[in-house]
Structure formats: structure tokens, C-alpha cells
Design a protein. Structure first.
Length: 121
């Protein structure tokens, strides 16, 4: 997501995409269907952001390190200790991608909440 310079413009593109998906796949053209479409679009962003949060929190680093060490000990061909130099999963998470997914997911979710307030008033 390095090519995305303006996160607000990308949020508007996502809202426009939700309009396109709404008019393409909605069985009924009402506010409830549009809210559902917006939620379906925001859910993958939030899910990926949460996955990146867990990876960034060094949760999988120990497991990855253990599997690499086990594979190096059991392998007869790999005598070098290059498995120690490989980057861990938490070191490979790009901060700008992580923040972009959070911004898009939270932005779309706030839009869904505003639409729900309008719907129930």
C-alpha cells in the first residue's frame, strides 16, 4: 500500500466501491442492505489489521524460531547457521501497511455506525 498517498481518498474509493457492490448484489435497495454491504467491505480490513497486530506483537516469533531451528538440526544438507539470520515475522510487518489497514477498517466501521444511528433514529 505504499502507492496510496492520500488515505482519505482511498477511504472515499472504498465507500464508492461499497455503493457499486450495493447496487450490483443487494436484493433490496434499502439502508439495511447498504449497511450490510459497508460492513462486509470493512470486515476484511479489520481482520487483516488484527492479524498484523498479532504478528507485530511478536506472537509468532518464538514458534517460527523453533521450527527453523528444528529444521536446521534435522536437515543433513543445511550445516550453516543461516536460519539465525533470517528475519522473524514481526520484523517483516510494514508499519505503513499496518496503519493503512487500521485506518480503512476503522473509517468504514465508523461510517457503518453513523448509518446505523441514522437508521435507528
Amino acid at each position: 500500500m505504499q502507492w496510496i498517498k492520500n488515505k482519505w481518498l482511498f477511504l472515499l474509493v472504498n465507500i464508492g466501491l461499497s455503493f457499486v457492490l450495493f447496487f450490483t448484489f443487494a436484493p433490496n435497495y434499502n439502508l439495511t442492505s447498504f449497511i450490510n454491504t459497508m460492513f462486509y467491505l470493512s470486515f476484511p480490513y479489520i481482520l487483516i489489521a488484527l492479524l498484523l497486530y498479532v504478528i507485530q506483537g511478536r506472537f509468532f516469533d518464538g514458534v517460527t524460531f523453533g521450527f527453523r531451528r528444528f529444521r536446521a538440526k534435522m536437515s543433513k544438507h543445511d550445516l550453516l547457521d543461516e536460519w539465525k539470520d533470517k528475519p522473524l515475522p514481526s520484523e517483516q510487518v510494514n508499519k505503513s501497511v499496518y496503519h493503512s489497514f487500521w485506518f480503512q477498517g476503522i473509517g468504514l466501521l465508523i461510517t457503518v455506525l453513523v448509518l446505523l444511528i441514522i437508521y435507528y433514529l
